[in-house]
Ligand binder design. Structure first.
Ligand code: HEM
Length: 365
């Protein structure tokens, strides 16, 4: 017991919290972050949290891989080989990192789709959506830069195709290709540039953007997808939501989120153990493999480029991405229910079907 206050619990943990509280007001911070109520009807499917969890897994496994990985063309391949055969559980860590990257892309896309189809990007969550779009782009660039690092044939040639797609952009294509490759060809400079981006620039950018995303999310609270957005400014004197319609964020929501993370961790370990990631022959710039394809999440673009003029295929995402980033500012319809915003929902469904169709086609052609 605290001698000055017999009611206050003592102990090492409380002592540390008291010490921190006196300096950084941690209690107030934790109280404001956790002790909030959320609408019972909110359905996030925990996808944003799962994406965040997968990012944390990537940081931990990536930091372990970086202890052995050597980013030069003559050492990169052998260092990955060394990780897989000589480092304890090295093969598992590498496989978790590779599966984690794929699952993170799946979960961020599913998170975007849930936000889109529930219409919860609308006022006042426009900037949460914009920050989210930047997170999506950074996540894709993460995958792209990581793919080259093992320096095997697949890595080398997939990066060749990927950077060629960027090079086909009108006006800025040559600049983009030279910037990405750090010169006209894929060389040692490309590898160190990709390594620097993958292990320093992108994690820092993603962490900073995520902080912005979460602060915005915390300020606005989880959206209730059954309530249309009011056109009126928020009224401070409005009657608060009845208690029965709300759920405590802590511990209820957070506990379910923790269970979701636990399940994802299980899935990740099973996938990585049953289908460990392999390594092809060492990269050889003079030996083009029979089938060169980019990673699965760029396959739709690769396939599109096969049958539309190259410039049109490259321009499509350049026009689509800014439109998608600014979507909350174009879409002024306050309704959230899918049947009351049919136009947006149909365009969304057609886009998803098109991307899935092109990806499957690209995979089997
Ligand atoms: C690394 C990528 C991302 C992470 C880690 C992340 C994380 C989160 C988390 C933890 C939440 C809280 C609710 C939930 O779990 O769903 C959230 C909400 C939200 N996210 Fe993301 N997010 C990411 C990318 C995106 C993307 C790509 C978009 C859309 C373009 C987006 C838009 C939103 C919006 C609008 C909300 C508020 C939704 C609501 O109030 O129901 N986020 N995000």
């Amino acid at each position: 017991m605290d001698r000055t206050n017999p009611e206050k619990p003592s102990g090492l943990f409380n002592g540390i919290v008291d010490w921190m509280d006196e300096r950084f007001q941690v209690r107030t911070l934790v109280q404001s972050a956790l002790h909030v109520k959320i609408p019972r009807k909110a359905k996030t499917f925990y996808l944003g949290g799962i994406t965040m969890f997968l990012f944390m897994v990537q940081v931990v496994t990536g930091s372990l891989l970086a202890l052995y990985y050597q980013p030069t063309p003559d050492r990169a391949y052998d260092s990955v080989m060394f990780i897989m055969s000589n480092v304890n559980f090295g093969w598992l860590i590498r496989s978790i990192h590779s599966w984690g990257a794929n699952l993170m892309i799946v979960s961020v896309v599913l998170h975007l789709l849930r936000v889109f189809f529930q219409g919860v990007y609308k006022r006042p969550r426009e900037l949460t959506w914009v920050a989210g779009m930047f997170l999506l782009i950074v996540t894709l660039v993460f995958g792209f830069t990581g793919y080259l690092l093992p320096w095997d044939q697949r890595a080398y040639w997939a990066t060749t195709v990927g950077t060629e797609i960027a090079g086909a952009m009108p006006f800025v294509g040559e600049f983009a290709l030279n910037f990405l490759r750090s010169g006209p060809d894929i060389t040692a400079s490309t590898l160190s540039r990709f390594f620097g981006m993958h292990t320093l620039w992108l994690p820092m950018t993603l962490a900073a953007m995520l902080l912005v995303h979460l602060v915005l999310f915390h300020q606005q609270g989880i959206a209730d997808p059954t309530k249309p957005v009011s056109r009126a400014k928020p009224d401070a004197s409005a009657t608060p939501e009845p208690e029965g319609k709300l759920l405590p964020f802590f511990p209820h929501y957070l506990l379910s989120e923790a269970i979701a993370w636990y399940v994802i961790l299980g899935i990740l370990i099973i996938l990585a153990s049953l289908w460990p990631v392999g390594l092809e022959a060492k990269a050889n710039a003079l030996q083009t493999p029979a089938h060169v394809k980019p990673e699965w999440y760029f396959l739709f673009l690769y396939q599109l480029l096969k049958f539309v003029p190259r410039v049109a295929g490259v321009l499509a995402p350049i026009v689509a991405i800014p439109l998608l980033v600014l979507l909350p500012f174009f879409d002024r319809n306050p309704e959230l229910k899918p049947r009351k915003r049919l136009f947006a929902v149909i365009i969304g469904l057609l886009t998803v079907a098109g991307i899935i169709g092109l990806t499957i086609w690209g995979q089997f052609s």
